[in-house]
Design a protein around this ligand. Structure first.
Ligand code: PLP
Length: 389
């Protein structure tokens, strides 16, 4: 039997992931590998949240549930959004999904017809091109260059925007750690208004801001009706395995998602939703506590990197990653990551896994304890320096 072309088109973006697979294989073989690869906390979901899920399940939250999400969770997400962005948001603007990944798919299903041109920024979160192909869109990258600290330029967006129906952005950014400036966001909003594009704004790292201010473009003039915000509790609450996220958008757009919900997930696990309500009730202090280790490790990294004239850190203003420019070594990100893994059993992601604009870089996830992180980074810097000096 033949597999559909559509399903086959989802994949094919794992070219740069060999280092990751190799590190996993070494670990299985008993090698002590320091993994600075995947964007996942080194702590589990807080026990109080798990208890809330557990009692919710025992108290009957185990049946079919409201397809758009339970009203209390939609309300809690709307309130958080209003608190963080100042943009009036009601439960009717919120659609609950099983994770941010699923929200990305839903947002593009909503925005695009087959064959539509859909823009995304390169470097990108690894699933973006596959998500766009999955909705049969024509995926077109817009570069955000290292020279510009990985902020996309207005002229590049305008050059690509002709005929495009959507633009997907992510700030704070995975993989670069960039936080888009007011100028960048205004240019993005202008291009969306001028070219009548949907803006799909992936804000799953909105609780991890180290320097500067997070701007949610939904709050910019005339953007609320054309912006779909993708969010999730994965990063803000260390709930990656709970699979809980959302799309925020204009009410008619959110209503239109009911067809997708009905025919795919049929709602999100009800006791997980109760756990999510509990998690959101813990407020901003809880989110700050979850983000704190990454804030500390970013500082540790910046101090270590000061000593090197070979490794340059791109300003890591948000998210749980640091992008390192290694072009002075003359190696590709892929070769550097491979050699570092072989020599020191430290696994980082080649920049090339996230697009062409990050070639010659590696992404370091700040996801091991402070001491192990500092040691690994010192070894990385020493290794890079030796390649040149
Ligand atoms: N968007 C970005 C930029 C991410 O980095 C991730 C996960 O790493 C996701 C979305 C998906 O997150 P989740 O599906 O766990 O909510």
């Amino acid at each position: 039997m033949q597999i559909s072309d559509r399903l086959a088109s989802f994949g094919g973006d794992d070219d740069g992931w060999q280092v990751f697979y190799k590190a996993r294989q070494m670990k299985r073989a008993g090698v002590d590998v320091v993994e600075l690869t995947v964007g996942q906390h080194d702590i589990p979901t807080d026990g109080t949240i798990l208890n809330a899920m557990h009692s919710a399940a025992l108290n009957g939250h185990v049946g079919y549930t409201d397809i758009p999400g339970v009203p209390e969770l939609r309300e809690a997400v709307a309130k958080r959004t209003e608190r963080l962005t100042g943009v009036p948001t009601s439960p009717a603007n919120v659609w609950i999904t099983p994770g941010g990944q699923s929200a990305l798919f839903a947002a593009h299903m909503l925005a695009l017809n087959p064959g539509n041109k859909a823009l995304y920024i390169d470097p990108y979160y690894a699933t973006y091109p596959g998500t766009l192909r999955a909705v049969s869109a024509q995926a077109v990258p817009v570069p955000a260059k290292a020279e510009n600290d990985f902020q996309p330029k207005a002229s590049d967006i305008r050059a690509a925007a002709l005929g495009a129906k959507s633009l997907l952005i992510n700030s704070p950014n995975n993989p670069t750690g960039a936080l888009y400036s007011a100028d960048t966001m205004n240019a993005i909003a202008q291009a969306c208004r001028d070219h009548d594009m949907w803006l799909i704004s992936d804000e799953v790292y909105d609780s991890q801001i180290w320097h500067g201010q997070h701007i949610s473009p939904r709050g910019l003039p005339d953007m609320v009706e054309r912006t779909l915000v993708v969010g999730s509790l994965s990063k803000s609450h260390a709930m990656t395995g709970s699979r809980i996220g959302w799309v925020i958008g204009p009410e008619p757009a959110i209503d239109a998602l009911s067809g997708l919900g009905l025919h795919t997930t049929y709602g999100v696990v009800p006791f997980i939703q109760q756990g999510a309500i509990f998690a959101l009730e813990q407020g901003p202090d809880f989110e700050a506590k979850i983000a704190e280790p990454f804030r500390r490790r970013r500082q540790i990294a910046l101090e270590i990197l000061q000593s090197s004239d070979v490794v340059r850190a791109i300003p890591a203003d948000g998210a749980m990653y640091i992008m390192l420019d290694l072009r002075r070594t003359g190696l590709s990100g892929q070769d550097f990551a491979n050699q570092l893994l072989d020599a020191h059993h430290i696994a980082v992601m080649p920049g090339e896994s996230f697009g062409q604009a990050a070639a010659g870089h590696v992404r370091v996830a700040m996801t091991v304890d402070d001491q192990a992180f500092a040691k690994a980074l010192q070894q990385l810097v020493k290794f890079a320096d030796k390649l040149v000096n």
